[in-house]
Design a protein around this ligand. Structure first.
Ligand code: 13P
Length: 250
């Protein structure tokens, strides 16, 4: 029987083209019969319409990679939560470290984006994680707790409706992965923080992200508080992504 918290999410980041997306998705869908975990793909906004069509009637759900902190109006280039909803978007990555780092997203902005997603009926996948310098300074727990606290504070009892992703910044796209023990340690901290905030904390999936691949997925997913993965590079290869989905089908 599946753990209801199991969830595997591919984050395509700024990759793909109309042709490449169709081909990658066809290969993933061809192998989906042996997959028994919830699966979603978070794609660039301009491809939401394409993926909405291609995913219709399949077991894979659609996700976006960001959402505006504003509801509507003069915010050139932004995409609102209601607009995402128009394309049947079920999940939205919020507060990815690449947005925190390259777009100066603060904990406060991330917390508001989570509110916007929830108000539109979209499940935010809230990313938290420490840099290498923060880990080396012994600040890992303090950093993820601070990032999580801002989201909890702004979202009250709705907090049980989010998905959390622990993504150590030093492990993203580097080939360095947190050991299963390092991941479990932080996931347990996050679980406890959620438990203190809501009686429904058991509903919250906590995903690991950061160089997760077909070789290390099973060990990471075997940890009691690692409910799934947020996968970047390895989600762009159908064979590799499928083998991770199978590892999560427990
Ligand atoms: P990689 O799997 O490429 O390290 O990326 C992880 C990530 O940032 C997913 O959101």
């Amino acid at each position: 029987m599946n753990n209801p918290r199991n969830l595997m999410v591919g984050n395509w980041k700024m990759n793909g083209s109309l042709a490449a997306n169709a081909s990658l998705l066809a290969d993933i869908l061809a192998g989906l019969a042996q997959v028994h975990c919830r699966t979603a793909l978070c794609v660039p906004s301009v491809y939401l319409s394409q993926l909405q069509t291609l995913l219709a009637g399949t077991a894979i759900e659609l996700g976006a990679q960001d959402v505006s902190a504003h509801e509507s109006g003069a915010y050139t280039g932004e995409v609102s939560a209601d607009m995402l909803r128009d394309f049947s978007v079920r999940y939205c990555v919020v507060g990815h470290s690449e947005r925190r780092q390259f777009h100066a997203e603060s904990d406060g902005v991330v917390a508001i984006k989570v509110q916007r997603a929830l108000a539109a009926g979209i499940t935010p996948i809230v990313c938290v994680g420490e840099t290498l310098a923060e880990r080396q300074a012994g600040l890992t727990e303090a950093v993820v707790r601070r990032q999580m606290a801002a989201v909890i504070h702004a979202n009250g009892h709705c907090i049980s409706e989010i998905v959390v992703a622990y993504e150590p910044v030093w492990a993203i796209g580097t080939g360095l992965t947190a050991t299963p023990e390092q991941a479990q340690q932080v996931h347990a901290v996050l679980r406890a923080q959620l438990q203190a905030a809501t009686a429904q904390a058991e509903r919250v999936s906590i995903l690991y992200g950061g160089s997760m691949n077909a070789d290390n997925a099973a060990q990471l997913l075997a940890q009691p508080d690692v409910d799934g993965g947020l996968v970047g590079g390895a989600a762009l290869n159908a064979h590799e992504f499928l083998s991770m989905l199978k590892a999560a089908s427990r």
